[in-house]
Design a protein. Structure first.
Length: 332
C-alpha cells in the first residue's frame, strides 16, 4: 500500500480522506482449453487479492477463439477440421496475482471445475497464456443414491460443515445424483449431511481420497475427494432414559448427549430430566455418544474443553439408524 496514510476518527467526529486513483492498463489472459464441444458451456471465474486481504471474485468477460483449420493433406485428414486447443480470452483484469477457475458443464449435469493458479506479472504489453487443458477437477465431488443403488430424486442438497471453524458448504445434486462443491475445500475434518424430498436423510458415507469417520470425512491436502452418499428414510434415532442420583430418580437435571467428536456442535442434544427422572432426545444421528447429567445449568457444555472433564464415568451409548436406545445415567 505504497503512498497510503492513516487517518484518525474520534467518536462523534468526522474525518476527511482524499483518494487519488491512477489508471493502469488491464491485463489480458488467454486460456488454452480442451477441444470444443458444442454441448458444453465454459465460464471463467477470477479471484484476486486487493490490499492484501480482501478477495474479489467475479465471473469475467470471456471470448472463445476457435483454433485455425488444419491444412488439407490429401488422403490424411479432412478439410476444415479444427486443429489444436480452443482458446478463451479474459479481459479487464486488474494487475496482480490471480486465481483462474474454469467451469464447464452440460445441461442437466453438475458443473465441473478446474483451477489454474498463477501470479500474473504487471506487463500490459503482452498477454499471458495459461494451459488449462486436461486439468482434473479438484475439490470434493461425488454421487448420492438411495439404498439398493436406486437413483436419488432431484432436489437433494449436500452439506459439509467445517468442524473447527463452523463454516458450512452446500452443493446440489443433479438428476443423475452427481454433485460437486464449487468452493475450494481446505484440508480438515468435515461433517457430512444431506436433505432430500420426503424427509430423506444421510445413512452412510464412503469415499476415495478422504478418510471416513462415521458421517465425518477428513480431507487430505493435495487430494481430490470422491464421496458416495447413501440416503434413506427414518435414519435418525430417538434416545431416552432415566437420570438417577443415589439410586433414586433425579428431576431437573441437565442431560447432554455428547458426540464422539466433541467439535461437532450440531450433533449435541440436551434435555431436562422430568419429575420421574426421565428424559428424551429426538433427531439423533447414528454414531457413538456419551450421556452426561449435571445439576449445573450454567455449564458451557458445548465447549469441548469444558464437557471433556465430565466424560469419565459417564454413560456411553451407540446409536444406530431408526432405533430407540434406553439408557440409565447417574447424575454428577
Amino acid at each position: 500500500m505504497s503512498g497510503a496514510a492513516s487517518i484518525r476518527a474520534e467518536p462523534g467526529g468526522s474525518a476527511r480522506a482524499d483518494v487519488r486513483l491512477s489508471p493502469v492498463p488491464a491485463l489480458h489472459i488467454r486460456l488454452e482449453v480442451d477441444e470444443a464441444d458444442p454441448q458444453t458451456y465454459t465460464q471463467a471465474k477470477v479471484t484476486q487479492t486487493i490490499l492484501g486481504a480482501y478477495h474479489d471474485q467475479a465471473t469475467v468477460s470471456s471470448r472463445p477463439i476457435m483454433p485455425e483449420s488444419a491444412p488439407e493433406d490429401g488422403e490424411a485428414g479432412d478439410t476444415g477440421q479444427s486443429a489444436g486447443p480452443r482458446l478463451i480470452e479474459l479481459d479487464g483484469l486488474r494487475p496482480g496475482p490471480s486465481v483462474v477457475e474454469m467451469m464447464t458443464g452440460k445441461p442437466g449435469e453438475a458443473w465441473q471445475f478446474s483451477k489454474v493458479t498463477k501470479s500474473v506479472p504487471v506487463d500490459p504489453r503482452d498477454g499471458q497464456t495459461l494451459d488449462a487443458r486436461g486439468i482434473a477437477p479438484t475439490g470434493v465431488s461425488g454421487i448420492v443414491k438411495l439404498e439398493a443403488n436406486v437413483t436419488a430424486p432431484l432436489g437433494v442438497n449436500l452439506f459439509l460443515r467445517d468442524a473447527s471453524k463452523g463454516t458450512v458448504y452446500r452443493a446440489g445434486a443433479d438428476s443423475a445424483g452427481n454433485f460437486r462443491f464449487s468452493d475450494e475445500i481446505e484440508p480438515g475434518v468435515y461433517g457430512v449431511s444431506a436433505a432430500g424430498p420426503g424427509g430423506l436423510q444421510l445413512r452412510s458415507v464412503t469415499a476415495s481420497g478422504a478418510k471416513v469417520m462415521g458421517i465425518n470425512i477428513e480431507i487430505i491436502n493435495g487430494t481430490d475427494a470422491r464421496l458416495v452418499l447413501t440416503l434413506a428414510h427414518g435414519v435418525n434415532a430417538h434416545v431416552k432414559g432415566i437420570v438417577e442420583r443415589a439410586g433414586k430418580p433425579a428431576p431437573g437435571m441437565m442431560v447432554v448427549l455428547v458426540p464422539e467428536d466433541l467439535r461437532e456442535s450440531t450433533d449435541y442434544r440436551r434435555d431436562q430430566s422430568n419429575s420421574d427422572g426421565s428424559f428424551s432426545m429426538n433427531q439423533v444421528s447414528p454414531g457413538k455418544y456419551t450421556v452426561v447429567a449435571v445439576r449445573d445449568w450454567d455449564l458451557e457444555w458445548v465447549k469441548p474443553e469444558v464437557i471433556r472433564e465430565y466424560l469419565a464415568g459417564a454413560t456411553s451409548v451407540e446409536v444406530t439408524s431408526g432405533e430407540e436406545p434406553d439408557v440409565k445415567v447417574t447424575a454428577r
